[in-house]
Ligand binder design. Structure first.
Ligand SMILES: NC(=O)c1ccc[n+]([C@@H]2O[C@H](COP(=O)([O-])OP(=O)(O)OC[C@H]3O[C@@H](n4cnc5c(N)ncnc54)[C@H](O)[C@@H]3O)[C@@H](O)[C@H]2O)c1
Length: 435
């Protein structure tokens, strides 16, 4: 049986009268805000970044999974982007979706702390606060809870507190925020009931777990699993080549096994805000709490971090066969983002490949159909279109991201020399190699 506070919140959720505040309007927060608005809730989208808020107010989305038209419809329904924390007053549900980067190899939870203080300033009895940022097990209970309870209100009784990891896969149209099952957890039974009820209004399926620590671990387990398996095929790709065996054919054949195998493919390294960071959160916690090293994570970091250098060594070898040096060569890189179908280039391995090539004196030109032309890359690269002229003029073309709308036929026929690091040109005729 739930308390009177919980009953009131569940009713407000059911009737869509609960005001939802999303703290952090980035790749994670904006889709949640727009979805809550679509489901009929009054929504406030709070962010410190005034420029982001100006874009949202002008209904210009910077997240490809949220088309401008959906954002415009949300704003028309009353979705209120704001950089004024006073607009959080009166919230019924606050969702925290702020960054959790690494600083000098250690988790930087300062964004969660500052967001928590802002939310605490507007905490009332009967409200729900949910953390979605990726973090190590224990954060909700040990960091967030004390900041909120400093108000004198108790989590689980006076207000409700939970953790629900975000699982969005930017650019994935099959598994979206709505169709991907959402893991939920709460501090005490009433909190769990409130978190379940809230997300039950937004997504097709919620998966309750017994504690916030387990929900926090779910996200890190998923990403560490992926990180380790990507590292496995990356290392195998390097060995298989030296053994004269085609790793891609082996992976395709292994993937026909209906059980006990999952397909991962090699590439130029890992980027974005998940794989290069999340496993290190877990490794840091294990080291701090247990004094032990999480060897799988260290090994995976080693292998995956080496891949951009490996790609550059393959570029150098291919140029060498043409009696050319990297220095002075014109290199066209295709793809800047950290993965296909996204404009997000944070931590992208393409940036590292470009940096290494520049260090070695190459003239680096880059094409990416999704990364904004005015993105401040901080590198002396020239942004170009994927034109016939650009393809033909390059001493080598390097495919780094398999964006869906690249001109693959022209890339194969026009490039004088090509390195395909994603294996997406296999089976096609071209002069060059697959990673
Ligand atoms: N991007 C992804 O694909 C993805 C997927 C799953 C989980 N995550 C996790 O979700 C969290 C958010 O990631 P993101 O990609 O949305 O980050 P992001 O950088 O795109 O957005 C975060 C936003 O929070 C704002 N912010 C920072 N501190 C704030 C504060 N105190 N108050 C209000 N706003 C504040 C920033 O200005 C920024 O706009 C991270 O923990 C990340 O690891 C990301």
């Amino acid at each position: 049986m739930t308390s009177a506070h919980a009953d009131a919140l569940l009713r407000a959720l059911d009737e869509r009268t609960a005001t939802i505040a999303i703290v952090g309007q980035g790749y994670v927060g904006l889709p949640v805000a727009v979805r809550a608005s679509e489901q009929g809730f009054p929504v406030v989208g709070y962010d410190l970044d005034a420029q982001r808020i100006a874009h949202l107010t002008a209904t210009i989305s910077y997240v490809e999974d949220v088309p401008d038209a959906h954002l415009a419809a949300a704003v028309a329904r009353g979705f209120r982007p704001t950089d004024d924390a006073a607009d959080l007053e009166g919230f019924d549900v606050a969702v925290i979706t702020v960054p959790t980067p690494l600083r000098d190899g250690a988790p930087d939870l300062s964004f969660i702390e500052s967001a928590a203080r802002t939310v605490a300033g507007h905490l009332r009895p009967g409200v729900l606060v949910v953390l979605e940022s990726t973090t190590y097990p224990g954060t909700t209970e040990e960091l967030l809870r004390p900041i909120l309870e400093a108000t004198g209100l108790r989590a689980g009784t006076d207000f409700f507190l939970g953790y629900s990891p975000e699982r969005i896969d930017p650019g994935n149209t099959q598994w979206t925020f709505v169709t991907t099952p959402k893991v939920v957890s709460g501090v005490g039974e009433d909190s769990l009931a409130a978190v379940e009820a809230f997300y039950g209004t937004l997504v097709d399926k919620v998966v309750p777990v017994p504690s916030t620590g387990e929900a926090e671990l779910v996200k890190l387990l998923e990403n560490t699993f992926r990180h380790v398996n990507v590292a496995l095929v990356n290392e195998l790709a390097m060995f298989a080549r030296d053994l004269g065996v085609d790793i891609w054919s082996a992976i395709d054949a292994a993937a026909t096994k209906p059980f006990g195998f999952m397909r991962f493919t090699p590439g130029p390294g890992v980027g974005g805000h998940c794989l290069p960071i999340d496993p290190s959160y877990l490794a840091w916690r294990v080291e701090r709490r247990l004094g032990q090293s999480f060897r799988f994570v260290e090994l995976a970091n080693d292998v995956n971090n080496h891949m951009p250098d490996y790609v550059v060594s393959r570029i150098a070898a291919l140029l060498n066969e043409q009696e050319r040096a990297v220095k002075g060569s014109r290199v066209l890189l295709l793809g800047l983002s950290y993965k296909r179908a996204t404009s997000d280039w944070r931590g992208s391995p393409s940036m590292l490949v470009a940096e290494r090539l520049l260090e070695q004196g190459a003239h680096v030109r880059v094409h990416d159909p999704l990364v904004a032309d005015d993105a401040e890359l901080g590198l002396a690269v020239t942004r170009v279109g994927c034109t016939d002229n650009e393809l033909e003029a390059a001493d080598i073309v390097v495919l780094l991201v398999d964006h869906p709308d690249l001109r693959y036929d022209a890339i194969c026929t026009r490039s004088r020399l090509l390195l395909d690091t994603k294996g997406c040109l296999r089976g096609k005729q071209f002069r060059g190699e697959v990673l």
